[in-house]
Every structure is written in structure tokens, then in C-alpha cells.
Design a protein around this ligand. Sequence first.
Ligand code: NAP
Length: 488
Amino acid sequence: MPVRMKQLEPFDLIVFGGTGDLAHRKLLPALYYRELDGQLHDNARIIAVSRRDLSDDEYREWARKSVASQVNGLCDLAMQRFMERITYVSLNVDENTGWENLEQVLAGREDITRAFYLSVSPKFFGPICSAIGEHGLVTEETRVTIEKPIGHDGESAHAVNETIGSVFKEHQIFRIDHYLGKETVQNLMALRFANVLFEPLWNSAHIDHVQITVAETLGVESRAGYYDTAGALRDMVQNHLLQLLCLVAMEPPESMEADSVRDEKLKVLKALVPMDEDRVNRNTVRGQYRAGASAGGAVGGYLEEVGNPHSMTETFVAAKVEIANWRWAGVPFYMRTGKRLASRLSEIVIQFKDLPHSIFLEEAGQIAANQLIIRLQPDEGVKMQLMIKDPGPGGMRLRKVPLDMSFAEAFKVRNVDAYERLIIDMIRGNQTLFMRRDEVEAAWKWVDPILEHWANDKEPPKGYTSGTWGPSASIALIERDGRTWHEE
Ligand code: NAP
């Protein structure tokens, strides 16, 4: 086990939705890797829950295949240990049956950490929490993790939070935004608060604007049913993009304690300039993909894929966001996210201001303003665009060069999935990388008026060809301010 990886105390992790897609692709592989690193105590158990009638061995076989399909080079020994700690419980939330099976499995283990993970449709969050309470399964050391989405607007999010809050205390509730578990997102905090270099410049005196892009090449795939009722604003902006914005914009927290960090993020959300009708019209763009080419092949349009020719659901959002506080007054944050875009790319670009005065002759060439680019995917890393002198004899010629640090190349370590970190943090009870109730509700408060205005707007989302960077209106949104989206 690597020196700095501390073993966890004994725990029971109960995964509702143990046979679902998230468990298959993310949770089980993440737990296997923690097993491989020796981080799981001998007395730690994983209890998968779903409706299917499966024996422990049948589920273990399913889990083994899941891990094998996602992990290269399995270790037989680790896999055997991993299998031995898995138990399966059949339980039907709709019919409220099978709870006695879970009670039985958990009995006698009240003194150790009990972590419920709700990897199920959000409509089950309330009923599962209530039943956990009714069956007396909440112990001193119990926690519950819920997946997104938390509600589909402010009101429904409030209702979900109320139900969960009637069973669990806030310090027991872990609302996942897996973006917060990404290495680079945490590195954003390290960059800002473990270096003296950036913080003095991190304000409106030196930063011209910030861009946040989360671009996917995939379409809705198998999630058409869910997606058509959600759209990009709910699915991506309300959580992931606003969380990224908070981490860029927040004041230095007092410490890395969960509430210190979350207090500062909340202040940013509260300082977002509200989106009245005029701002929604001027500062947001919603788009929907049409047929085109993606990843080298021809693809159909959104309307055909979801089988709803009248759908007004957006698959693309661009927005200019303003923050009304001393640090950021006059510094726009441009956000864009969408499906079927030109490439899979998530990045934050901090665009510094132009030099106040150049001492160089015109022949030296143009001086580009500095940029700090934080890449979340595909290749996580940090890049700083600097101006240098072009090497060699002759006159002074200036050139833009990146100081480029790809994490994969710099550290030669396996890229740890966000879920590995988040599951461990949750079992340990560390909420720093999870969203607090007031954050979620403050984010909805900013998003709700946009949803409302769009719902009243008869004009459909602007079409864009699959494989492009979204509707031309998105380009116009930023170019109107004399700026351009970062593309390389
Ligand atoms: P999924 O593939 O549809 O799985 C749902 C799970 O719920 C299955 O294990 C299903 O098992 C179980 N289930 C359904 N009805 C049940 C009932 N009445 N009683 C007990 N169990 C029941 O969903 P998913 O994609 O894994 O998503 C799970 C959660 O994660 C959702 O909140 C989703 O929004 C969120 N999420 C998923 C992803 C992703 O990539 N998949 C990403 C981000 C967030 P049986 O059919 O065997 O009962």
C-alpha cells in the first residue's frame, strides 16, 4: 500500500441500485481499486441492493464481470478478497418489500460506519430514506450519499432535501457532484491556495474574463428518457458548471474543513447576478443538436433520437454569468456545455488582461495576454501561456509558448477516478467535496428564472450540426464582448 494511503476503519457500504449502470461502470471498479491498494479493512462489507432475485454468488459473478470490463490487468488475489466482502440483498422500494432482509444483514454491526449509497432513480431518494428511518437503520455512524439530480427545480430540490433531512442530519448527507472528485478540480484549489503566485492576481484588476467549457461528443445514448425531461441546464449547469465556477471565484476559505470551503462557495452562488428576462435573452443561448458527424461517423439529430419531434429540450447551453462582488465586478464568466460537440473537452480558462504598456517594437510581434488553462478532460493538466523571446540570433521577437504540465506525463500514475476518492471521503465522513443543502438550493435559485423564461419562450432551441461547437449564437454571445472562445 502506498505510504500515504491510510486504511479505512471497518464499514458496511450499502449500495441501492447495485445492479445499475453507475454501479457497473463506476462504483464497483472504484471499490476494486481501493481493494487493490489495500485500503479496505478485513471487516469491511459491500452490500448490493436491488429488486432482482439473485444469490450472493450470482451477484458476485455480475460484479466480477463489471470490474473486469472496466479494469485492465486484474489481480486475482485482490479480486478474491473483493468478492468475499460482497453480499446481495433483494429489496423492492416500490412495493416496500425485502427490508427485513437488509435489517438481518446489518444486525449486530451498529458500532461501525454504515454508509448508504443511493445509486437509483431520484424518485426513490425520499422513499428509501424514509424506510431506512422507519426500519431503525440509522445509527450514530450512518451516512447517506445521493446522486444527482437533486430535484428538477428549486421547489422539488427543497422537497427532496426536506424528506432526507427528516431522517438524516446534514452532517450525514453526502450530495455527490462527481466533478468535485476530479484530480484537476482539486488541483484548482492547490494551485490557488498552495502557491503565492496566483492569488494576488486573482481578481478584476488582472483577470479579463473566465471561460468554463464542458463539451461532450456523445449524444443522449441510452439516457434519452431522462434527458428529454432534464436538458443541459439542469443536467450540467446547475451542478457541475456552477460548482467549477464557485471553485474559481470563491475567496480563500479559512481551512480545508468542509464547512469553510462550502461557506465560500455559497457566497459566490449568492453573489451571482440574478437572471431576469432581459439577461436571459441577452446572456444565454440554448441549442439542440441536429444530424451531422461525430467521432468520424454520421449521426442523427436529437429529435429523432428521443422520438419526440416537438421536444424543446436543450442539449447545449452557453451563458455569460456575472458575479456581483468586489473581486469579480466587471469580469464575465462565460460557460458552455453541450452534447455532440466537436471534441470531448472540459477546461477552465483564466484569461488575464492585456499588458498596460508594451516596451517592444512592433516588429517584435503581438503580445498575447497570459492564459491559465486548467484541463479536466481528456488529459488532465495545467497549462500557462507565457510570452518569451523567440530563441536564436537576430532581433527581439516575441512568441507565445505554453508551460505545459500534463498530469499523466508528469506523475506517471494511474488516473484515479473521481468516484474512488468520493466513496472513501464519504466513508470517512469528510464532506469537503460534497454539496451542502444550501449550496444546491442557491444554485437552483439562480437557474430557476432561466428555466422559467425558456419555458415561456415559444422559440425553439437553436439548432446546431453535430460535431460543431454549438449554435452560432454562442459564438456571437462572446464575440459581442470582443472576446473569443478558447480553441486549440
Ligand atoms: P439504472 O442503470 O437505471 O439503475 C437503477 C438501479 O435501481 C438498478 O440497480 C435497479 O435494479 C434498481 N431499481 C430500480 N427500481 C427499483 C426498485 N423499485 N426497488 C429497488 N431497486 C430498484 O440507473 P443508473 O444509471 O445506475 O443511475 C443511478 C443514479 O445515479 C441515478 O440517480 C442517476 O441519475 C445517477 N447518475 C448516473 C450516472 C451514470 O453514468 N449512470 C451518472 C451520474 C448520475 P433492478 O432493476 O435489479 O431492481
